[in-house]
Design a protein around this ligand. Structure first.
Ligand SMILES: Cc1ncc(COP(=O)(O)O)c(C=O)c1O
Length: 389
């Protein structure tokens, strides 16, 4: 008999990650003996740097396994603040840095701080899918603004102005973006910050991929917008996805409220992960990470022209992260089916645009270059054969 015990309606609105379904299908093929080139996975293939693992082992051996302050270890907050000064040339007081359980928790805390029921938050479509779900869980209204190559797949000040109304509380931008790898030009970010501020709104900038920027100097919005919420993470640049550690830099007046939320939602970020992360800023670790950043850049420099030569549309060169968002309309107007076919017939796993929104999602797929160069080359060769080149 069907249960009459109900769950909250909001759950029905949370879409699963299609990429997980791709991954499950890929694993099933592998279990059946087929080889699959994984270009769907959104995390670095590099292991956590050895100095970071050693720091975690020392912390656990020393018994540093207790709850920390909800705001994070003071030494880690200081280290993150120094990182902004050393790498991005911006002075950020450590008091404004809040260490969180991944940037996922940082996004949730900030949105919980600002979103009331039915409040609108402007997001780029395509964009990182969890953001709209966070807003929905809070009973707000995530507004996906269609963006294309003409605006580097990013919101602009004009789009913010055109989509703002009295129920809009803020705009959330990821730069570099997942899935497009594109960056909001610095001057445009300045105009966006002004557009949001003049409407008494909140600007949230997800800079989780800022450390992985290629060919241009990475610049934080904190250079000029002390009032922005900046989200970041140890997951991607620091190769620590499973350690669940991120941070938010918040305007000082909001730190106390964010602390209350963190205390109640998860008490504190994981202690061993925080002790480990202290080693992220050692010169030896940063050197390892810089070598890996260059490896990602070399992969991008190979993959983008190779995909273009196959007939995928990539009108804007991605300059950050590890994703390429490609127009597949030369081959299919049903990107979900296209991904299924490519997996089954070519043995290449890629993610359909549907994971990132609605706007022309059926004509786009995401490639992740989180695999070694020789595997990328294998993937491209398989696609080439499949597409009849
Ligand atoms: C743009 C963006 N923001 C946030 C996250 C969440 O990452 P984490 O919670 O591991 O820091 C991701 C993960 O893929 C992402 O792509």
């Amino acid at each position: 008999m069907e249960s009459r015990i109900t769950t909250a309606a909001r759950v029905a609105e949370i879409a699963p990650f299609h990429v997980m379904e791709v991954q499950t299908a890929a694993r099933a093929l592998e279990a059946a003996g087929r080889s699959v080139v994984h270009m769907e996975i959104g995390e670095p293939d590099f292991p956590t740097p050895a100095p970071v693992i050693a720091a975690a082992q020392r912390a656990i051996a020393a018994g540093d396994i207790y709850y920390t302050s909800a705001l994070g270890l003071p030494a880690l907050r200081e280290a993150i603040a120094r990182h902004y000064a050393d790498h991005y040339g911006v002075a950020v007081p450590a008091e404004r840095v809040i260490v969180t359980a991944g940037s996922s928790a940082a996004l949730l805390l900030v949105l919980a701080l600002i979103v009331n029921r039915d409040d609108r938050i402007l997001l780029a479509d395509p964009g990182y899918p969890c953001n709209r779900h966070f807003v929905r869980v809070l009973e707000g209204d995530p507004v996906g603004v269609p963006v294309g190559a003409d605006t580097q797949y990013q919101l602009t000040a004009d789009l913010v102005a055109a989509n703002w109304n009295s129920a809009t509380r803020g705009a959330l931008i990821a730069s570099p973006s997942n899935p497009t790898g594109t960056v909001v030009p610095h001057d445009e970010m300045r105009r966006i910050a002004a557009a949001v501020a003049s409407r008494n709104g909140h600007l949230i900038v997800d800079e989780i991929y800022l450390g992985l920027t290629y060919g241009t100097r990475p610049r934080s919005v904190l250079e000029f917008a002390a009032d922005a919420f900046v989200i970041s993470s140890f997951s991607k640049y620091f190769n620590m996805t499973g350690w669940r550690l991120g941070w938010v830099v918040a305007p000082e007046r909001h730190v106390r409220d964010l602390e209350k939320l963190a205390q109640n939602l998860y008490i504190s970020p994981a202690a061993p992960s925080q002790y480990a992360a202290l080693a992220c800023f050692d010169p030896a670790t940063l050197q390892i990470l810089e070598t890996r950043r260059r490896a990602f850049q070399a992969r991008r420099d190979y993959l983008v022209p190779a995909l273009r030569a196959l007939g995928f549309g990539i009108p804007v060169m991605p300059t950050g992260g590890f994703f390429v968002y490609a127009d597949c309309s030369a081959f299919s107007h049903d990107s979900e089916q296209f991904c299924r076919d490519v997996l089954q017939q070519a043995g290449v796993a890629i993610t359909p645009g549907l994971d990132f929104g609605h706007y022309r999602a059926n004509e786009h797929v995401r490639f992740a270059y989180t695999i070694a160069q020789d595997k990328l080359e294998d993937g491209v060769a398989r696609l080439s054969r499949y597409l009849g080149h």
